[in-house]
Design a protein around this ligand. Structure first.
Ligand SMILES: Nc1ncnc2c1ncn2[C@@H]1O[C@H](COP(=O)(O)OP(=O)(O)O)[C@@H](O)[C@H]1O
Ligand SMILES: [Mg+2]
Length: 647
C-alpha cells in the first residue's frame, strides 16, 4: 500500500478544480426554466417518452446508461461492479426487479426488500443507486423536469387535465398517469387563477442532500417514531399566512416520502418501523398514493428500496398478521460472498480508504488468509461425500478440486443456504486495523493476521464460547490447508528463480554420465581435466527421487538415452519437457539441494558467507517478484524453514 495514497501533487489538485468548474458549468448549461406552455412547446416534443417515465423506468434506464458508459470507457460490469464484489447473483436479482418493473410487470407494485447479514453491502448497494441517479439526472437522457417549487417535484405533465390526456397520448404517444399534488393545485388556483399554462416548470437534478428524488428513512427509536416524520404535519408558522390549517401550503412537506418522489425512497431497517408505517409504504408502492388526513389522496411515484437483517426478518415472520404484507414485497437476499478472492477484494477496498493503512505493507497472503477464514465461517457442512470445508472454499473461488467439477458449484450452492451468517467484512477489517495500530514495523504478515483474528474472536463479548472455538478452529485450518501451501510455493519459486538453467545443465550432466556409463567409457573431469569413471552415486541420487530401483536402473537409463537420440535426430534439443519422469526427478533433486540451504537459516547459529548470500538472494527475489517486503520475506523464509524441519 505504500506511497499510493499520499496527498496528491498540485497538478492533480488543479485537475480536480478544473473538473469541479466543468461540472458547475455543465450544471448551469443544463439548467432550464420556463412556463408550462414553454415546456410543452420547447421540451416535450424532443422526446416525450423520456419525460413520461415513472421511477422504476427511470432507475432501470439509469442502470443501463451506467453499463453503457462503462463499456465506452473500456471497463465493464455496470453500476455496482467496482464497489460490490462476489455478490453478483443478488445484484442481478435487483437489476432484474427494475427491468421487470420498468416493463410494467406486477413486481413494480411491490416493495423491494434487501435481506442479508450485517455489513453485507446492502447500504452500499442503495448508495450506488442513489449516486447513479444523481449523475444520470445531469445527462441529456436523464433530464428530469418538475413543477417549480413543488415539494414533491412532480412531473409537469401531471397538470394536463384528464379530459385532454387521450389527445395527449395520440399526439405524443405516451400515457400520463400522475395527478398534481394538493400543494400545486392550491397554488394554481391562488396564484395563477387556474391557468396551468402559466405554471413555472424547471429542470431538476436528483440530489440526496437537496432532498430531490431521494429520501431516506431510518427509525431512530421505533416506539417514539411518529408517522409525521414520514408524511409531514401542519406547519404552524404558515397557518396564519394562509389562514387555514387545511391549506396544503400550510403543510410541512418535509417527510421522506416527499423528498423521494420521482426517485428512490430508502427505508433502513424497515421491519423495525411500526406496522402503521408499513401499511402506508405498501399502499404507496401498490397504489402510488398516500392518504394524509385532510387532503384527498396524494399521488406519488417513487420506488421503495428497503433493507433489513435476518434477525429482524425472522421476528417479523413469526407474527401471523405479517403474512399478507409479505406478499407485497419482492425479497432479494444479499448474502456475504463465498469466494475468498472476492472477499479479499472487499478488504483491499476498505483498507485503501483508511488512512491507518496508508504506509503499511501487507504480505501477499495477508488478506487472503483473513478472507478464507471469513468464508469458512459462512459455510454449512456438506452432505456430499468427500466435500470438506477446504474443498468448498477452493471450489467457490473457482479453483480446481479433484473429484468435483466447477459445473457442480451452482447445485452445491442450492443445497444449503450459505453466506447468511458468519464473519462480516467489518469484523475482519476492524481486527486488521487493530493489529496495525499495535504494529511497530509497518508491516503485517499473514501469520500476524491470523493471530490478530484469534485475539479479536477471543475478546469479542458478543460471540458465545462454542462459536469462538469453532472460529479459532477455522484459523487453524486456514493455516494448515491454505497458508502453508501458499507460502511454501512462494519460497520454492524464489529458490528456483534460476531453475530452468540449472535444471537444464543438471539434465545434461545426467545424460553425459549415463552415456559414458552405457558405453563403458571414462569422462573427463571438467575441473581437473583428468579422466574419471562415470558418477554412479550422482546418477542414483537423481533416480531415487522417482523410485527407480537398482534392478530397473539400466532399462530406465537406456530409455532416456533412446529418447535423447530421437530428439537429436529430429534436430531438437533434449529438454526437461522431453521426459516427464526425469523432469520430476531433477526438480526434486534440485529442491532438496535448496532445502538444505533453507535449513541453514535456522539450524546454524552463524551461517557461513555462502549460505548467507544464498539466503539473501532468495529474500531479494521474494521482495522483487512476489510482493513481500524485507521484513515479511524474512518471516516467510523462517516460517517455511520451520515447516520443512517438521516434514
Ligand atoms: N460484497 C461486498 N463488496 C464490496 N464491499 C462490501 C461488500 N459487502 C460489504 N462491503 C463493504 O462493507 C461495508 C459495510 O457494508 P454495508 O453496505 O454498510 O452493509 P449493510 O448495509 O448490509 O450492513 C461497506 O463499506 C461495504 O462497501
Ligand atoms: Mg446498512
Amino acid at each position: 500500500m505504500k506511497d499510493k495514497h499520499g496527498p496528491k501533487g498540485s497538478a492533480a489538485q488543479s485537475r480536480f478544480l478544473a473538473s469541479l468548474s466543468t461540472f458547475a458549468q455543465e450544471h448551469k448549461a443544463h439548467h432550464w426554466e420556463g412556463t408550462f406552455a414553454e415546456f410543452l412547446s420547447d421540451i416535450v416534443p424532443q422526446n416525450p417518452a423520456l419525460l413520461a417515465r415513472n421511477s422504476h423506468q427511470y432507475i432501470w434506464d439509469m442502470l443501463r446508461w451506467s453499463r453503457q458508459r462503462q463499456i465506452e470507457t473500456g471497463v465493464e460490469g455496470g453500476l455496482f461492479a467496482h464497489e460490490l464484489f462476489g455478490i453478483d447473483a443478488a445484484l442481478e436479482r435487483v437489476t432484474n426487479y427494475f427491468k421487470a418493473a420498468s416493463a410494467g410487470s406486477e413486481v413494480g407494485r411491490r416493495l423491494l426488500l434487501l435481506l442479508g447479514p450485517p455489513s453485507g453491502g446492502k447500504s452500499t448497494l442503495v448508495i450506488l443507486i442513489k449516486r447513479g441517479l444523481e449523475e444520470y439526472s445531469h445527462t441529456d437522457e436523464g433530464a428530469m423536469y418538475a413543477i417549480k417549487g413543488s415539494p414533491v417535484h412532480e412531473s409537469p405533465l401531471n397538470l394536463i387535465p384528464h379530459t385532454l390526456r387521450a389527445e395527449f397520448r395520440e399526439t405524443y404517444g405516451v400515457e400520463i398517469i400522475g395527478e398534481p399534488s394538493p400543494y400545486c393545485q392550491a397554488r394554481l388556483e391562488h396564484e395563477f387563477d387556474g391557468d396551468f399554462m402559466k405554471m413555472p416548470v424547471e429542470r431538476i437534478f436528483i440530489s440526496e442532500a437537496g432532498r430531490v428524488g431521494v429520501g431516506t428513512y431510518a427509525p431512530h427509536d421505533p416506539t417514539t417514531a411518529d408517522i409525521a416524520d414520514m408524511i409531514g404535519s401542519v406547519d404552524l408558522s404558515k397557518v396564519s399566512e394562509f389562514g387555514d390549517e387545511g391549506d396544503p401550503r400550510a403543510w410541512s412537506w418535509s417527510g421522506a416520502v416527499y423528498a423521494a418522489s420521482r426517485g428512490l425512497l430508502e427505508m433502513i431497517e424497515i421491519l423495525k418501523v411500526k406496522r402503521e408505517f408499513l401499511y402506508l409504504l405498501l399502499t404507496l408502492t401498490q397504489e402510488k398514493n398516500i392518504k394524509v388526513s385532510r387532503f384527498p389522496l396524494i399521488y406519488l411515484d417513487e420506488t421503495i428500496l428497503a433493507h433489513t437483517n435476518l434477525a429482524e426478518f425472522r421476528k417479523f415472520l413469526q407474527e401471523i398478521e405479517n403474512e399478507a404484507l409479505l406478499d407485497r414485497m419482492v425479497i432479494v437476499q444479499v448474502p456475504y460472498t463465498l469466494s475468498y478472492k472476492q472477499e479479499a477484494r472487499i478488504y483491499r477496498k476498505l483498507i485503501s480508504a483508511a488512512p491507518t493503512f496508508r504506509d503499511v505493507h501487507l504480505d501477499p497472503h495477508a488478506l487472503k488468509v483473513a478472507a478464507v477464514f471469513a468464508v469458512l465461517s459462512r459455510l454449512q457442512k456438506s452432505e456430499r461425500e468427500g466435500l470438506d470445508a477446504t474443498k468448498k472454499v477452493n471450489l467457490y473461488a473457482g479453483e480446481d478440486v479433484e473429484g468435483f467439477s466447477l459445473s457442480e458449484v451452482d447445485r452445491i450452492h442450492t443445497e444449503a443456504p450459505e453466506g447468511l451468517s458468519g464473519v462480516s467484512p467489518r469484523f475482519v477489517v476492524n481486527a486488521l486495523s487493530n493489529a496495525i495500530t499495535h504494529s511497530e514495523v509497518q508491516s503485517l504478515t499473514s501469520m500476524e493476521v491470523l493471530l490478530t483474528l484469534k485475539d479479536a474472536i477471543e475478546s469479542d463479548a458478543r460471540i458465545d464460547a462454542r462459536q469462538k472455538r469453532a472460529w479459532v478452529d477455522f484459523l487453524v485450518l486456514v493455516r494448515k490447508d491454505f497458508y502453508n501451501r501458499w507460502v511454501k510455493e512462494d519460497v520454492h519459486k524464489a529458490l528456483f528463480a534460476s531453475f530452468e538453467d540449472e535444471a537444464q545443465s543438471l539434465l545434461e550432466k545426467y545424460l553425459d554420465e549415463v552415456e559414458a556409463m552405457l558405453d563403458k567409457r571414462q569422462i573427463e573431469d571438467p575441473i581437473t581435466g583428468e579422466p574419471r569413471e562415470p558418477d554412479e552415486r550422482f546418477l542414483r541420487s537423481v533416480e531415487e527421487k522417482i523410485k527407480v530401483s537398482d534392478a530397473g536402473k539400466l532399462s530406465f537409463r537406456q530409455e532416456v538415452v533412446r529418447k535423447a537420440m530421437v530428439a537429436f535426430k529430429r534436430g531438437e534439443r533434449f529438454t526437461l519437457h522431453s521426459h516427464a519422469r526425469l523432469q520430476d526427478a531433477i526438480e526434486q533433486y534440485l529442491f532438496e539441494e535448496r532445502r538444505d540451504v533453507l535449513r541453514l537459516v535456522t539450524s546454524v547459529t552463524r551461517p557461513d558467507e555462502e549460505a548467507k548470500q544464498k539466503i539473501a538472494a532468495v529474500e531479494e527475489r521474494l521482495v522483487q517478484e512476489y510482493g513481500y517486503d524485507s521484513y515479511s520475506a524474512r518471516e516467510a523464509l523462517n516460517y517455511v524453514t520451520t515447516l520443512l524441519s517438521q516434514e
